[in-house]
Design a protein around this ligand. Sequence first.
Ligand code: SF4
Ligand code: SF4
Length: 377
Amino acid sequence: MKKLGFGLMRLPLLDPNDGTSIDYEKSQVLVDRFMEEGFSYFDTAMVYQGGEGERFFGKAVADRYPRDSFFITTKLPSWKYAKNMDFERDFEMELERLHVDYVDNYYIHALQDHNMDVPLKHDQFGFLARKKEEGKMKSIGFSFHGTPELLDQLLTQHPEVDMVQLQLNYLDWDAPNVRSRECHEVAVKHGVKITIMEPLKGGTLVNIPDKAKALMKEYNPDASIASWGIRFAASLENVMVVLSGMNDPAQVEDNISYMKDFRPLNEDEKMILREVAKIIKEDIYIPCTSCHYCVPGCPKHICIPDYFSLFNDYKRAGEVYLPIHWNIYHSLISKNGMAADCVGCRQCERQCPQHLPIVQYLKEFSSALDFRTGHDY
Ligand code: SF4
Ligand code: SF4
């Protein structure tokens, strides 16, 4: 299988304010071009584009191509079942939307350290294992945003898992708040197949400083900036597929150009990426080191370094990636105070070894990301 997957979560829209209004005509062109070049992996989820991502796949791919020419994976929204266990009904609904009798893979969606209560209480792993026995899911796994410790625990307790989807990119490879390298090492240790989401960190790794771009262009003037991030992820051990949420023809053509006959990064290219990561980090808006000294005493339980990391990404990538950043923020505020909750007591500033004006930064963050709802991400 070719190592590029089509993520069906950012398809072109008819109405930019309605995330469910997929433009079938434009989206079909992208999918057909992808298939034409021999790619086959599609990734969706019950919640992508309000369920319309699955419906689009059914009409655009399953109805028009032979079943053995594509690989489809979708996801169970692990957080949705606090009060009921309608997995069976919802899974059947997904098959109907996708126009298939079985899925090639099925993930429990977005497991992380703070949201394990519902999946474990309702034995979502057991549900997937039963469906695999029945042949309705050819392989099973979970998408993951947590710590390497949790990943190790889950893969040890569930040897039936075939695949994991990790969030990973060259900028966060050694970041203490993301720990991509360690998560990758754990997955390799357990011998599971790995798929990669957000290899460009929600677009952040396309809009990089000119100095970093120059390094890349000097080495290879023809390679796009995006190609470096996608090839970094695809070069890692056990990686089966890297996802790209393609939404325009130029992006599809660019991805095809270097993923059709994939060539892993060589040592020179890896060295350049390490330099690029250093430059991007120097260009950061809030120079927070993520030491967490400011967090324990906050009366509003605001996870300051996580918000600052997100704000840095937002500042670099710009408004066009707001849905992605808001989505991450939404997940963080499910367990933490919002930036807008800050009461200005400045306890945090007294603890900060970098002497950052935390309250001021939180105000800026809040005006950019708090209350930016109205989307169904
Ligand atoms: S100033 Fe705001 S962020 Fe800092 S400790 Fe007080 S409430 Fe928390
Ligand atoms: S104490 Fe300062 S540097 Fe450390 S995490 Fe908090 S804001 Fe960042």
